[in-house]
Write a protein that binds this ligand. Sequence first.
Ligand code: PLP
Length: 429
Amino acid sequence: MDFKFSSDLEFALSADRGDSLAGFRSEFIESEDDLIYLDGNSLGKLPKRTIGLLDDVTRKQWGDQLIRSWNSDWIGINKRIGAKIAELIGAKPHEVILTDSTSLNLFKLAYACLKLQGSGRDQIVSDELNFPSDLYILQGLVDMFGSRHELVLAECCDGLSIDNEELVSLITDKTALVSLSYVSFKSSYMYNMEQITRIASEKGAMMIWDLSHAVGAVPIELNKCGAGMAVGCTYKYLNGGPGSIAFLYVREDLIDKLVNPVWGWFADQNPFQFELDFQPSKDINRFTTSTTPILSAAGVEPGLDIMLEASIKEVRLKSVKLSEYLIYLFDKWLAPLGFDLGSPRDSDKRGSHVSIRHPEANRISKAMITPKNTCTVVVPDFRAPDFIRLGLTPLYLGYQDIYRAMFRIKEIVVTKEYQEYSNNQDTVT
Ligand SMILES: *Cc1c(COP(=O)(O)O)cnc(C)c1O
């Protein structure tokens, strides 16, 4: 896409005036007077609707109705919300369920794949840009299956992206499973989902997409791409709340072929018959484990509703424009100060965050978050060794925010303000 930008504040103000999504900003709680929040890719903001809903769920559904609420709303909540997520990721309503955490869901589905794939297929393919938890889960599975499998990682040659040809060359008739993040957490590199899914399928490999950094940020068409399985997170771009429940997707024809390794009662056909022998449910419930944490599940719905109201197509259009504007200012203001772009320039290969790199990234991000000489607080996050991630969430960010955040970063480096901060790393970054 071609946009005309300028580095005058007036440009940002006028772009904000023409922004059709600007109204969604008031759906979210503003935390401080002058805070520019660029970390919605890690923990999304609190929707105002969530507060009222959780008040209702605690006082009325729990407080007054007690256990009776299980039959009115609670028992079906993870399928109901799963169906809304399905709408967002191009799946059928009965192919998605809200359950457990992303890492656990990856574990369950990856286990099921390895169990289903016969001997002879002893490789698992992933890449060096994948989220460490995903790689740890895969490493643990290799151990669990008696080190029969080998985990093969496509290399990242430029620090930002994966060479498609190299990845494709690793997928062979020995591959049991391909497990990739659609959008990479550090550099924002985004795969061609349709192409990789097709190649994996042609080679007889099973494939799981991790959508954590993609869902609510970019349009996803799982069915159209022929994707078999996916997992993802709801506390990032979906604004579901800290540690909110994750989701998993299994294509309908695969559901009864895959075995969940954790035989909890909620995966049974009839949990409330209390039979002594496990009979796996025939539908997507077979991939759940336990009683749904209702407060957490309920909190997922408002953010999801807002996203569906805004439409992911519109959200993506604005996200690309915001990112291109940010990169325009980066080239003008930050590149001359020793920064490198830490994300692909081609928007077709980039999710909704943009990373910038600098040898002093840690101290610069501290100066952004806890400034000493200004009230403008900018919250990005730092990813070792030298990445500052700037998350662009179109529902509650505008062009002026980008202008001011980039201006602030420039100021911190020009005045060497970051030198007043230590290089220690916080526990959570
Ligand atoms: C955020 C994220 C996770 C989170 O895992 P949890 O199990 O929720 O802690 C997993 N994978 C990817 C790719 C992520 O971006």
